[in-house]
Design a protein around this ligand. Structure first.
Ligand code: ADP
Ligand code: MG
Length: 257
């Protein structure tokens, strides 16, 4: 039997163990005129199969950090150790392949393909991720299951334009689940939804830790951040507060632990 990446991960990294270790991570941008430090010596860990928040006001470096965690961006110094893999050691091609197997990404503005139905959007992810090891004949059933998991079993053949904002974000969550990655990351996943819908979509995302996923989300909403089982608070690229993340907290007037 094929053992999926997710199954290997949940065996090697039981709930609460350190799945992602971020060590002295710094990201600076150099222009001719100046050097801007976007993330400054950030150290913390993300526990496996938990709900983890990266919290902070706009411009604090949340999206930059998320892109470093998933190998989309590269650090100026420091490192990210994701499970058994050190990301900075890999080539672009290896990283892209690695990302397809390990991470499902959910965006604030859904990013669905507008000409494809809910089912076809999820199937496209399976195509791109080669089904996470599942044989092609099982993909339709897999796509249906992912959409049922997020409560869209009755909307398989709707186009994004025929779905509400909340339903579109649910399709995006189903798509992120398609190749059964151990980790889901979401950048302000409910930032484009009304508060009632946001709450319901957040509940769905949070519930995925119960099926073994590590769920990492970015938010500037304190209330939403408080829902996490572990959390870091960023301000101006530094960690100024944390809960359950083994983080090194920068000394700052706002620092708290
Ligand atoms: P957040 O997601 O918390 O709003 P970002 O990670 O997007 O913050 O950005 C953090 C800071 O870094 C912001 O001040 C932003 O303007 C700056 N920044 C991000 N990317 C770049 C870039 N490629 N070039 C210059 N500045 C950048
Ligand atoms: Mg952002």
């Amino acid at each position: 039997m094929i053992q999926t990446t997710a199954a290997k991960h949940s065996a090697a990294f039981p709930p609460g163990s350190a799945l992602i270790r971020v060590e002295h991570l710094t990201r600076a941008i150099n222009t001719r005129a100046q050097r801007t430090i976007i993330l400054d010596d950030v150290t913390f860990t993300i526990p496996a199969q938990r709900l983890f928040a990266i919290n902070g006001p706009s411009g604090s470096g949340k999206s930059t950090l998320l892109n470093l965690l998933t190998g989309i961006d590269r650090p100026t110094s420091g490192r990210v150790i994701f499970g058994a893999d050190e990301l900075s050691a890999s080539s672009e091609n290896a990283l892209a392949r690695w990302r397809g197997e390990h991470v499902g990404i959910i965006f604030q503005f859904f990013q669905l393909v507008p000409t494809l139905t809910a089912m076809e959007n999820v199937l496209l992810a399976l195509e791109l991720g080669r089904g996470g090891g599942l044989p092609r004949r099982a993909w339709r059933e897999r796509a249906r299951m992912c959409l049922e998991t997020v409560g869209l079993g009755a909307y398989l053949h709707r186009l994004p334009s025929e779905l509400s904002g909340g339903q579109q974000q649910r399709v995006a969550i189903a798509r992120a689940l398609a190749n059964d990655p151990p980790v889901l990351v979401a950048d302000e996943p409910t930032g484009n939804l009304d508060s009632h819908t946001a709450h319901a979509v957040f509940e769905t995302l949070a519930s995925l830790t119960q099926v073994g996923k590590t769920v990492i989300y970015v938010t500037h909403d304190r209330e939403l951040a408080d829902r996490a089982e572990a959390r870091i608070d960023l301000l101006d690229g530094r960690i100024v507060g944390q809960h359950g993340a083994n983080a090194r907290v920068a000394s700052s007037p706002e620092a708290q632990s």
